[in-house]
Design a binder for this molecule. Structure first.
Ligand code: FEO
Ligand code: CA
Ligand code: CA
Ligand code: CA
Length: 666
């Protein structure tokens, strides 16, 4: 989602206000004399990377490509398409030779009685529980033969996707009913709850080569009310006890699921991002596990204002003698990574607390090898928050049913990006002497590792992590193992540092690092900046040059590597940047890190965000999500009519991108 709001109220866009009030220094408070111009030009960070032997597209790699170009032959471009121009057309624009087709828009019947979508949005709450949800986001294609983690089928699979949030004006025939600031219709709110979560959709290519939804027992809706289990160090913790789960081991639902992940063992991961706004508390003094996450006295959709246990759980006010009599701890059940087995529709989703509690954007695994520990990364997408890494204690065993446990026992680290281009992973582990020393120095104490994880942000403050410009998606280069992360923007940055070099960063950038240990499990890394987004006057492309008409972008968000090591970048601009900036509608570009080439591949319809990306193994079908087309529409004022056409409400949808000649996409 985008975030222009400074006054999030009922039905605001739900972006969380900054809540990192720690005294952690920005990098430039640690060093002297590192100017913005020097950082933009590469500066100290690039020098250090050269020292560490990291190749830089802006220098050595690109120079090598250029030299080859001057020689006997010019290497074939790995981006052989004509870039699409910036546009504000209310359609999907792709290069010549490609086609884009909308698929499974919000309201597509997938299970139960397969209720048909009603264009006036009069479907019931139960209908919504049997249809795809609203606001598609992160997504993964599981080949139908991938039940044990590896499959090659490209004509049949499970498409699993998040539904990040809802637009209440379009979800109901005439918007939501609110009386004196309170919700009055349980049916309406249940529909909203059911429009959140995740869809599992079995899809297959028919004889004509078109993708279809199969009626299937595997199709499933997971909503903001689906029963889930809690695992890892916070399972059963005193701070997890609620009226629903007095022993703190179970919960209901997942919401605000932004980017995603998928495991080497064939399961889907959905990541809870801006969940804090779904709760309200009337308590005037908040415990740290609520205040550090920005809980307020009003919630985004007002679900907490209805009577009944299914709604009261969104009210975190202390009402009973202890936590087993109310929902003071319900917000502690959110902010986790949730694992779903898409091949088993009866499986109970698992919240993995070992991976930390924050505004998880997504989860990306480093290349995983049998017999090795698994390593994964997640950003906390809020202004001035952090990037984390998790290392399992146990080893990955292909085919083992126990692999899911790898996400229950391990070490969570947070990143410190040093100004010289080096970086450190700082353990958030109650048994780690450095962590203990940092806690003692800060005067902060935790009773156990469960409490550390419930308070992940505070633990990261304590060890001196680097405040970042809203970490969004991450992606792992399939060959080099380098990890790339988008930093989308940060209007509240007042102090620049090497890793976040622009004050009031309006355009965002992409950072990347290389672990110094071969298995990714060590504590040191080397980093540099891959891209500074923005207009030609204020940007630096992967080739070291300013961006141009073929590739200007802002607010990079979605990020994904194809199997050939091309990096796909999706944008989530909002507000004036979207309506009047030089960038047109939100878009998707593709970069070749080998050469520094970067081209715009797709532009979305009006008011949308382009997000979510996955492909079939044969790379002949690319699935991309279009979220909130026509954002800000009302039933009487439609700002987009994609994908159904004139007079029809805009609907989030997946887009299937193929070549007209049926060959590989690139
Ligand atoms: Fe939901 Fe960080 O975007
Ligand atoms: Ca975003
Ligand atoms: Ca989103
Ligand atoms: Ca996002």
């Amino acid at each position: 989602m985008n975030r222009d709001n400074e006054n999030a109220v009922l039905f605001g866009n739900g972006d969380e206000l900054p809540s990192n009030h720690s005294q952690n220094p920005h990098i430039n408070e640690l060093i002297e004399g590192l100017g913005r111009r020097q950082v933009l030009a590469g500066g100290a960070a690039l020098g250090a990377l050269a020292f560490l032997g990291v190749s830089l597209p802006g220098s050595s790699e690109a120079a090598q490509a250029t030299t080859q170009g001057l020689g006997i032959f010019k290497p074939r471009s790995r981006l052989p398409f004509t870039p699409v121009p910036v546009t504000r057309a209310d359609t999907i624009t792709v290069p010549q030779g490609y086609k884009a087709t909308a698929f499974i828009p919000w309201g597509t019947p997938i299970t139960g009685s397969y209720p048909v979508f009603l264009e006036d949005a009069s479907n019931s709450a139960q209908d919504q529980a049997e249809q795809t949800g609203m606001h598609h986001d992160g997504m993964h294609f599981f080949p139908i033969d991938a039940q044990w983690g590896y499959g090659r089928r490209s004509d049949h699979g499970l498409l699993v996707l998040n539904h990040e949030y809802i637009d209440v004006n379009l979800l109901h025939p005439n918007g939501p009913t609110v009386v004196n600031g309170k919700r009055t219709s349980a049916e309406e709110v249940r529909k909203e709850i059911n429009a959140h979560g995740v869809s599992v959709v079995e899809v297959r290519r028919n004889q004509q080569g078109e993708w279809e939804v199969l009626p299937s027992a595997r199709n499933r809706r997971i909503t903001a009310a689906t029963p889930m289990q809690i695992r890892g160090p916070a399972r059963g913790h005193v701070l997890m006890r609620t009226r629903y789960s007095p022993d703190g081991t179970a919960t209901r639902g997942t919401q605000n699921n932004c980017a995603n992940g998928y495991t080497p063992w064939g399961t889907y991961l959905t990541c809870e991002e801006n969940w804090a706004g779904y709760f309200a508390t009337q308590d005037t003094t908040l415990p740290r596990e609520l205040s550090r996450y920005g809980l307020r006295n009003t919630s985004r959709f007002g679900w907490d204002t209805l009577a009944g246990d299914e709604f009261e759980r969104f009210d975190a006010t202390r009402k009973a003698a202890d936590a087993t009599g109310d929902y003071r701890n319900e917000p502690n059940h959110f902010g986790w990574i949730v694992e779903i087995d898409p091949f088993n529709p009866d499986s109970t989703p698992v919240k993995h607390t070992a991976l930390g509690r924050f505004a998880h954007e997504g989860l990306v695994f480093a290349p995983t090898r049998p017999g090795k520990r698994v390593v994964c990364y997640s950003g906390d997408d809020s202004q001035n928050e952090y990037i984390y890494k998790y290392v399992s204690r146990g080893k990955f065993r292909p085919g083992s049913r126990a692999n899911s446990r790898l996400l229950d026992e391990g070490t969570l680290y947070v990143a410190r990006f040093n100004a010289d281009g080096s970086g450190d992973w700082l353990a958030l582990d109650i048994d780690d002497p450095a962590f203990q020393a940092a806690c003692a120095a800060a005067g902060v104490s935790f009773a156990d590792q469960g409490e550390v994880l419930i308070n992940t942000r505070l633990a990261a403050d304590v060890v001196g992590a680097t405040k970042m410009d809203r970490p969004e998606w991450g992606a792992a280069h399939p060959d080099t193992g380098e990890i790339y992360f988008t930093l989308t923007n940060n209007s509240s940055r007042t102090t620049a540092d090497a890793a976040n070099p622009r004050i009031a960063n309006a355009y965002g950038h992409i950072i990347r690092w290389r672990e110094l240990s071969r298995d990714h499990a060590g504590t040191r890394f080397a980093w540099n900046l891959f891209l500074l987004a923005g207009p030609s006057s204020d940007s630096r492309g992967p080739n070291g040059q300013p961006l141009n008409a073929d590739n200007i972008l802002a607010s990079p968000d979605g990020l994904w590597f194809d199997e050939d090591g091309r990096l796909w970048i999706q944008t989530d601009m909002s507000g004036s940047q979207l309506s009047s900036g030089p960038f047109g509608n939100n878009q998707m570009l593709v970069a070749d890190p080998r050469t520094g080439e970067l081209k715009r591949f797709l532009v979305g319809p009006s008011g949308c965000e382009v997000t979510g990306i996955t492909a079939t193994p044969d790379f002949k079908t690319l699935f991309v999500n279009i979220q909130h087309p026509g954002e800000g529409s009302t039933p009487s004022n439609l700002l987009s009519t994609w994908p159904d056409g004139p007079g029809k409400r805009p609907r989030a949808a997946t887009v299937i991108v193929t070549r007209e000649n049926g060959k590989r996409l690139l």
